[in-house]
Design a protein around this ligand. Structure first.
Ligand code: UDP
Length: 577
């Protein structure tokens, strides 16, 4: 039956089986009997046409011309917007943004108002981030009732359960990010919440908001005060190194928490006069103020390599067109509650980024774990940003700068249409649709088992397979071997230059993962989504040195993942080494 359903999908773009499976089950519009009523190309046209309607407000009669330019960009798989834009454009669910941050103030009204709002965002397939740092700690006083407070963790569990319930009727998992400041009295409970209870809070990523002062104290034997956010009273003083160790142990065990470097983030806050940033979206790539949303979109770098080099001119042009697309998305998106629309339209933050970096590097024969790769990635990020900023400045001249520009931006800031222009998203689904590697991540494996919507699909990297056939070293035995071990680095049957150019995430040392993240972050306005892969045998000390190195490298956040430390890993090796 499934095979028959897939055959019904008209796929003029020649997408992979995994891509068609995802599109069929979640993205294509269907009739009352669940049969698709559009082809994969028509899905992209639907987004392009809907988004281009915004052009009418600036110049009547111009939308058709832009719709066809946007369609060509999308159909060429040179750029794809975040999933909600693909799923929801032109449908009754009008929210097109991938990410939102909502406030959680220390009152039942605020907690339940944001819980209600988050349901509407998850229904549209968007992710939500929150700082729980303002909630009074567990056991604190409640004046109005004379009772005692249940604390941030109790509300976080409630939010998690709501996500679970919404997901059952929705199209995808509404991901969440919960941030707790390191100074919160319930910080230890927060650290234990996922690490000591596998399966708990499965809809949330956890991050500890840390300051420079805390990390300096952790390095130098200093202390950290725990402060009740309601009263401002200091309740305990703990050795900072001990707290950091507790974070590292939890991250070592379960991948959570990550760290958010709040001082680094706020030094780059484009709207400091509107408030301090305390949270990001679920995967960490966009720090936002409460009620702001951000539309993401990613250039597919693999499509910009021609004849063994990067086509910089074409990449720059595509970046400029993509910025215009994302600007239009803000206008045509329908916001389910007024606060979201107001804050989003005040700063007009967008997140243009890229995917397919690892594929680009492999196609150029550059090992991901090399100085050349890090240099090229930095150059790509800076090139994309330069063109994205130029486009945003041009739009500001045509359409006006973002409305909060005068009152919110730093003095002497350049007038742009968007307070924040670039960001590097994980591109989990859109890279699958585009058939390339995700974000700036290395290849997970050359062949692996991917769990898509509960189904297991064996995938082999198509570029590697083509290369191996062209150069005559492809054998069935080789393919079977790769499917078992994942990589080719130590495989004597593969030529040395190919072994170097096709490293997999686990073969790449954490040092290179972090260097790549830092090199890209240097040229990105918002943040970069990246996981630092650690081998199964990594120690708590390895996590600690990665965390501290990340802080020194001035990235905005850090996430580690030790192979095998989560039960429901999305990508697995048939037989891990
Ligand atoms: N996101 C979400 N649920 C998901 C995947 C993503 O809510 O299952 C949100 C989340 O805010 C994340 C953002 O979408 O940070 C971008 O993720 P990604 O680039 O992987 O999304 P894609 O557009 O590829 O689906």
């Amino acid at each position: 039956r499934d095979a028959k359903a897939l055959l019904e999908v008209r796929d003029e773009l020649k997408l992979s089986l995994a891509a068609v499976t995802v599109l069929r089950e979640r993205y294509l519009l269907t009739d009352a009997r669940g049969r698709p009523v559009e082809s994969t190309g028509e899905l992209l046209d639907r987004s392009a046409t809907f988004v281009a309607q915004a052009e009418e407000d600036y110049r009547a009669g111009s939308s058709q011309r832009w719709a066809s330019r946007f369609s060509a960009l999308l159909r060429g798989l040179e750029f794809l917007p975040n999933s909600p834009t693909l799923m929801n454009a032109g449908t009754p669910i009008g929210l097109l943004s991938g990410c939102v941050v909502l406030p959680v103030e220390d009152s039942l009204r605020s907690i339940f108002s944001s819980l209600g709002h988050s349901a509407l965002i998850h229904q549209a397939g968007g992710g939500t981030g929150y700082a729980f740092s303002h909630l009074r700690p567990r056991g604190d006083r409640i004046v109005s009732t004379g009772g005692t407070a249940s604390g941030p963790l109790s509300f976080l569990r409630l939010y998690d359960h709501a996500s679970e319930v919404i997901q059952q009727g929705g199209r995808r998992r509404g991901a969440g990010m919960a941030v707790l400041d390191v100074s919160h009295p319930d910080i230890r409970e927060f650290l234990a919440a996922k690490a000591n209870a596998p399966g708990e809070l499965s809809h949330f990523n956890l991050s500890v908001g840390v300051s420079d002062a805390f990390l300096r104290a952790a390095e130098s034997g200093g202390t950290q005060w725990l402060v009740n956010p309601r009263s401002g009273r200091k309740v305990a003083r703990v050795p900072a190194a001990e707290l950091l160790d507790a974070m590292c142990e939890a991250a070592h065990r379960s991948g959570d928490p990550g760290l958010l470097f709040l001082d680094t983030i706020n030094r780059a806050n484009p709207l400091p006069r509107l408030g301090r940033i305390e949270a990001t979206n679920p995967c960490g790539e966009v720090p936002l103020l409460p009620y702001e949303s951000c539309n993401l979109g990613s250039l597919n770098l693999a499509r910009f390599a021609t004849g063994g080099r990067v086509d910089w001119d074409r990449l720059g042009e595509a970046a400029e067109l993509s910025v215009r697309f994302l600007d239009d998305v803000i206008d045509v998106s329908r916001y389910p509650f007024p606060e979201l629309e107001q804050a989003t339209k005040a700063g007009r933050k967008i997140g243009l980024g890229f995917m397919g970096l690892a594929e680009l590097l492999a196609s150029l024969g550059i090992p991901y774990d090399s100085d050349d790769a890090v240099r090229l990635a930095g150059r790509v990020a800076s090139h994309v940003r330069r063109h994205a900023h130029a486009a945003s400045e041009r739009l500001a001249r045509e359409r006006g700068p973002y409305p909060a520009f005068e009152r919110g931006a730093r003095p002497r800031e350049t007038a742009r249409r968007h307070a924040q222009v670039t960001s590097v998203a994980p591109t989990g689904t859109i890279s699958l649709i585009a058939g390339t590697t995700s974000g700036i991540e290395p290849m997970f494996a050359i062949a692996y088992v991917r769990t898509v919507l509960g189904r297991q699909l064996l995938e082999t990297n198509p570029h590697f397979e083509r290369l191996a056939r062209d150069r005559g070293f492809y054998t069935d035995e080789l393919a079977a071997n790769i499917a078992r071990t994942g990589g080719v680095r130590d495989n004597p049957n593969v030529p040395a230059d190919v072994r170097a150019a096709y490293p997999t995430a686990l073969e790449i040392a954490p040092y290179w993962h972090l260097r790549m993240q830092a090199a890209v972050q240097r040229h990105v306005d918002a943040a970069v989504s990246k996981t630092i892969n650690l081998p199964a045998g990594a120690t708590v000390g390895d996590v600690r040195s990665t965390f501290l190195a990340a802080w020194r490298a001035k990235v905005k956040g850090i996430t580690v993942y030790r192979y095998g430390s989560k039960e429901d890993q999305v990508l697995t090796l048939a037989e891990p080494a």
